[in-house]
Write a protein that binds this ligand. Structure first.
Ligand SMILES: *Cc1c(COP(=O)(O)O)cnc(C)c1O
Length: 395
């Protein structure tokens, strides 16, 4: 090891000693209710595959057909030679699905945030951001060089205070919130946020990564959920979660979308979404538009699992979505719980500091439409056994 890299070794050792080193498990099966993880067949409570689309036959077929016709790689950035008719069709279809005038796609939701925020605000401007916003929003904010001012989580009153105290001092301002917060499963009060923001001449942006395909009529997202069509300027989404593919989107005002085609840096400087990805996203839209069956089943499963967990005596936090945090407190307990679940054939991830605050460690259960009632019952049985063994619920 050369001297100049020694500090990295020390940092890695420090992470291991603090129990914060990420040991990454390996899958050797397709996504679904059951997985093969580190060689063991386990019930999957970890994926963002809300609707079970990641391995859906129609989506695979669409990807295959598109590859037959167009090949695989885009071979260019969108603004040079990487825009295919498939990309434009996906953008038209996404806009129609979400009931907005325009949409632009990116390689991922992370890239959509990195593209949108620095294009909309600069170093003289204010970014007013929920204190629990996703890392990709935070990075987009930092890249813009704007002044980042945080407001208390999901608190429209505190948002109003921040706007009142600061708005006048900046030429432009943007207010940004996650739609669904991924660690707690709570929903931003976007109707109340809109009511506050509209009095302050600020752009309103929501990142609906966990609401896309989940919230609203047939999974049309948080804007549809609150019936705020035409009122949210920038709606970021991802096709990497419920859509079961990979990709990001910004939907909303056509002027914003046109601007991002000119100034969104990941659009201009990173190659386009691949062909099978774009075709697969189109097939996911077909499925969502044809029937609400998968979205309905997702919510039915989530309601059942949560009510049974509460009946067993678990604290499932403030979630009002299929994200189900099982609150355990200290990180070592959450890690032990996760290991014991795995031994019983259930894959549920422990999440601790710094992803969630200290003392709020949890297992985050991700419910999917792909779970059968038997799968959920098997999961509940494992939670019940481990919970009693570790003294989390009454024996
Ligand atoms: C997952 C997530 C992203 C990133 O989406 P990818 O398509 O996986 O890059 C962005 N924002 C939020 C709020 C997310 O939960």
């Amino acid at each position: 090891m050369t001297k100049k890299l020694e500090w990295i070794e020390n940092e890695l050792q420090g992470l291991k000693e603090a129990g914060l080193y990420n040991r990454i498990r390996t899958l050797s099966s397709p996504q679904g209710a059951w997985l093969v993880v580190d060689g063991k067949r386990v019930l999957n409570f970890c994926s963002n595959n809300y609707l079970g689309l990641a391995n859906h036959p129609r989506i695979l077929q669409a990807a295959r057909q598109a590859m037959e016709k167009y090949g695989l790689g885009p071979a260019a950035v969108r603004s040079i030679a990487g825009t295919m008719d498939l990309h434009l069709e996906l953008e038209r279809r996404m806009a129609a699905f979400k009931g907005v005038e325009a949409a632009i796609t990116f390689q991922s939701g992370f890239n959509a945030n990195i593209a949108a925020i620095p294009a909309l605000v600069g170093k003289d401007d204010a970014i007013i951001s929920d204190e629990l916003n996703h890392a990709s929003i935070i990075d987009g904010c930092r890249l813009s060089g704007g002044k980042i001012i945080r407001y208390a989580h999901c608190d429209p009153g505190d948002l109003e205070r921040v706007l009142k105290e600061n708005r006048h001092a900046y030429p432009r301002a943007i207010v940004i919130t996650d739609g669904v917060f991924s660690m707690d499963g709570d929903i931003a009060p976007l109707d109340q946020i809109y009511a506050v923001v509209q009095n302050y001449e600020a752009i309103l942006m929501v990142d609906d990564a966990h609401g896309e395909g989940v919230l609203g009529r047939g999974g049309r997202g948080i804007v549809d959920h609150f019936n705020l069509h035409g009122k949210v300027d920038v709606e970021v989404g991802t096709m990497s979660k419920a859509f079961g593919v990979v990709g990001g989107v910004v939907a909303g005002n056509p002027v914003v979308v046109e601007w991002l085609r000119q100034r969104g840096r990941p659009f201009l400087f990173s190659s386009a979404m691949t062909i099978p990805d774009a075709a697969a996203c189109l097939a996911a839209l077909d499925l969502l538009e044809e029937s609400t069956e998968l979205v309905d089943r997702l919510w039915e499963n989530a309601r059942y699992f949560k009510s049974e967990m509460k009946r067993l005596g678990f604290d499932t936090g403030n979630s009002s979505t299929p994200i189900t945090p099982v609150m355990l407190g200290e990180a070592p307990l959450a890690q032990q719980f996760s290991r014991e679940l795995f031994e019983k054939g259930v894959f549920g991830m422990a999440i601790g500091f710094p992803t969630v605050p200290r003392g709020k460690a949890r297992i985050r259960v991700m419910i999917s439409a792909s779970h059968s009632k038997e799968d959920l019952d098997q999961g509940l049985e494992a939670f019940s056994k481990v919970g009693r063994k570790l003294g989390v619920i009454p024996a």
